[in-house]
Design a protein around this ligand. Structure first.
Ligand SMILES: [Zn+2]
Length: 161
């Protein structure tokens, strides 16, 4: 059972825990499995709660890289950081842009949406939709800007994997 995520804003409605569960399920059922420390550090998964015109609720899950790219990510080369490349929130936003009949209700992303790209994009296209996350790199930086805890460790404990 995933831990309850942090929220922005702080007084948001409680996160629908089906979102982190869906993200974890995605990691567990991906091929290759994405629950290793390496994959937890390299990949960010986002899960968005939405409602269709008939009031039916669904969840859209996106990793920050496509399935085709996972093989490349898992190559012998150095592990890329999840904050580079195609961001999961951008991929999810692309998915919803082509489905305007769906209303986004909650946005869960394992890492808080990045300050430079995703945060302004989400505020613009999904104003008022609360965010939920486990890892915020800004909360885990030392006085000299160094990372004192890494996303992979935080996610491993949040998911209990
Ligand atoms: Zn981003």
């Amino acid at each position: 059972m995933p831990r309850i995520p942090n929220s922005k804003p702080l007084d948001s409605p409680r996160c629908d825990l089906r979102l982190p569960e869906a993200a974890l399920r995605y990691r567990r059922t991906a091929n290759p499995v994405l629950t290793t420390p390496q994959a937890l550090g390299a990949i960010n998964v986002t899960a968005w709660l939405y409602r269709d015109r008939n009031g039916v609720v669904g969840i859209q899950v996106n990793p920050n890289v496509t399935i085709a790219e996972l093989a490349r990510v898992y190559g012998p080369a150095a592990t890329p950081d999840a904050e580079v490349g195609l961001h999961s929130e951008g991929l999810a936003a692309d998915w919803f842009r082509t489905r305007p009949d769906l209303t986004v209700i909650q946005i869960f992303s394992e890492r808080v949406p990045c300050f430079s790209m995703c945060a302004p994009m989400l505020r613009h296209y999904y104003p008022g939709v609360p965010w939920y996350y486990y890892y915020d790199s800004n909360s885990w930086r030392g006085n000299n800007g160094e990372r004192i805890r890494r996303a992979g460790e935080i996610l491993r404990s949040a998911y209990g994997v």
